[in-house]
Design a protein around this ligand. Structure first.
Ligand code: ADP
Ligand code: ZN
Length: 517
């Protein structure tokens, strides 16, 4: 059977599973009857689409809305998956095509409108084409008391029994009564493997910090937790080695771990981490999959994680025992630049690159959040929550200020220099530093020259970083480090849209904002 993780990234282009998905996918793949309750937007469709691709035969998907089915079929076909729908909205040609694909044994997912189940031929047809699983979307439609009861859903249980195949039911409705009805009507009263889990891990404290002196920031976070086990995630293999050494120099028991190490060394590191109290592992994301250590007390990110999904997975390794655990995630303009250029320079098609940029924007939105961080995190996974009282922003709310003028000055400096320069040079212009480069290009004669001398270099660093974080400017993939304005910046430049930034990031000292670790 294909590796689900590999299919996830190759077919769907996702860097990792969302909370809950991997467990559900495993149960469905193994052919167990499954009931998954997940908030809307949590990523339910993937939990049956991915297993359908990995399993033999056809997966039948029952869904109440024709529009929804057509959307999913379109999206699946766009990534090269053989999917089709039989609904009343089909043209004759579409229906013929679906039957042709079924007869050829090509089709992996067959979306079926529930009304079809009333049709006498449907069961025989499904048996003939080799249906090996039934997935039911919006399974609460089987509930007679709910607001969207669909009588045809009552036929699904009968279909399951007559085909003798496993059934996976999905819904966002969590109340016990609806669950009971689903179990009675879809599963014939036999309790399926049930997944009902909020995404929240309330014992994990969340905190982010802008990179200032990253090595020092990480060291002081760890020194304050001396003797406790934890993981530091780094963006590169080389950095895991240098940071592990720096920690040992400070008297911490620390070892490096990355995918480039020999398998035997990696295995030894895993065993030591499981067994030794207080050991620190400095690792790339290669570390953690098979680790089951309940008392990891902290997780730090020395570099920005790859995605919110990755962030959640990595911090989620802390505090599995339910006792308080802490996290710290560092991020800087260099991370944003690196990530953008990795996306731009990758081989993915344009729409996938766009989706990757949007996902990066969501992560940066979490990093530069202005309200409760957990609310932002859970909101991304579709879960509503109040302020948590266990994150840096609940501990210490940030001050927001109107940065519209500063941002407009920065955008103007970018445009007047032909979108050809990086933040360092632009900040020299804004602050009126007549460096050799500034003079050589005549940039000391620009109207923008020195219009930003009232703000410190570090304050400008923070403004540029937040502008990148909000995708107002992007590094030009063709010209390393040069910033270009995006469409999102146009209304700001025109003065039509105010921009509020976080004040906390704007310090008055003039230290460089980013130093090599
Ligand atoms: P639901 O049916 O639970 O409301 P969807 O299946 O429509 O949610 O998924 C919501 C969004 O999450 C979709 O845009 C989907 O592409 C995205 N998504 C699902 N799984 C992942 C994943 N593992 N990583 C990133 N995005 C995902
Ligand atoms: Zn909070």
């Amino acid at each position: 059977m294909p590796d689900p993780q590999e299919v996830l990234s190759r077919v769907f282009g996702f860097p990792g599973f969302r909370p809950g998905q991997s467990e559900i996918v495993q149960a469905v793949l193994a052919g167990r009857n499954t009931l998954a309750i997940m908030p809307t937007g949590g990523g339910k469709s993937l939990c049956f689409q991915l297993p359908a691709l990995c399993r033999d035969g056809v997966t039948v998907v029952i869904s109440p809305l024709i529009a929804l089915m057509r959307d999913q079929v379109r999206a699946l076909r766009a990534v090269g998956v053989e999917a089709g729908a039989l609904t009343s909205g089909n043209t004759e040609a579409e229906t013929d095509e679906v039957f042709q694909a079924l007869d050829d044994g090509r089709l992996k997912l067959l979306y079926l409108a529930p009304e079809r189940l009333a049709n006498a031929g449907t069961q025989a047809m499904l048996r003939r084409v080799g249906c090996t699983m039934i997935a039911v979307d919006e399974a609460h439609c089987v509930s007679q008391w709910g607001h969207d009861f669909r009588p045809d859903y009552l036929r699904i249980g009968e279909l399951r029994q007559s085909l003798g195949v496993p059934l996976a039911a999905f819904t966002a409705t969590a109340d016990a009564e609806t669950q009971g009805e689903i179990i009675a009507r879809l599963f014939g009263g036999q309790t399926p493997e049930t997944f009902l889990r909020g995404f929240d891990r309330p014992n994990i404290h969340l905190a982010f910090a802008a990179k200032d002196q990253p090595r020092k920031q990480i060291l002081s976070f760890i020194t304050a937790r001396r003797g406790r086990s934890g993981i530091v995630y780094c963006g590169t293999r080389a950095r895991t080695e240098t940071l592990a050494q720096a920690l040992r120099d400070e008297g911490h028991p620390a070892i490096a771990y990355h995918g480039g190490m020999e398998a035997e060394l990696r295995r030894q590191a895993e065993v030591r981490f499981q067994q030794e109290d207080g050991l620190i592992v400095v690792a790339t994301v290669a570390f953690g999959m098979g680790i089951d250590k309940p008392d990891i007390r902290w997780v730090a990110h020395a570099d920005l994680p790859k995605s919110i999904e990755g962030y959640y997975q990595e911090i989620g390794r802390a505090g599995r025992d339910g006792a308080p655990a802490e996290t710290l995630t560092l991020y800087g303009a260099d991370d944003i630049r690196l990530r953008r250029s990795q996306i731009d320079e990758g081989l993915a098609p344009a729409d996938r690159k766009q989706a990757d940029h949007a996902r990066l924007n969501a992560l940066l939105g979490l990093a530069e959040a202005t309200g409760c961080r957990r609310q932002v995190l859970l909101g991304y996974f579709g879960e509503q929550a109040g302020p948590c009282g266990n994150c840096d922003l609940c501990d210490r709310p940030v001050e927001i200020f109107d940065a519209t003028e500063a941002v407009r000055k920065a955008l103007s400096a970018i445009l007047r220099t032909g979108e050809s320069f990086g933040a360092g040079h632009l900040i020299d212009i804004l602050r009126g530093n007549a460096t050799d480069k500034v003079k050589a290009r005549g940039h000391d004669r620009l109207p923008t020259f020195a219009v930003g001398r009232d703000m410190a270099k570090s304050a400008w660093d923070a403004v540029f970083r937040q502008m990148m974080g909000r995708d107002l400017v992007r590094p030009d993939p063709e010209r390393h480090g040069a910033l270009r304005m995006t469409d999102a910046a146009v209304p700001v430049l025109k003065g039509e849209q105010p921009i509020h930034l976080r004040r906390d990031a704007l310090k008055s000292t003039d230290r460089p904002a980013v130093k090599a670790l």
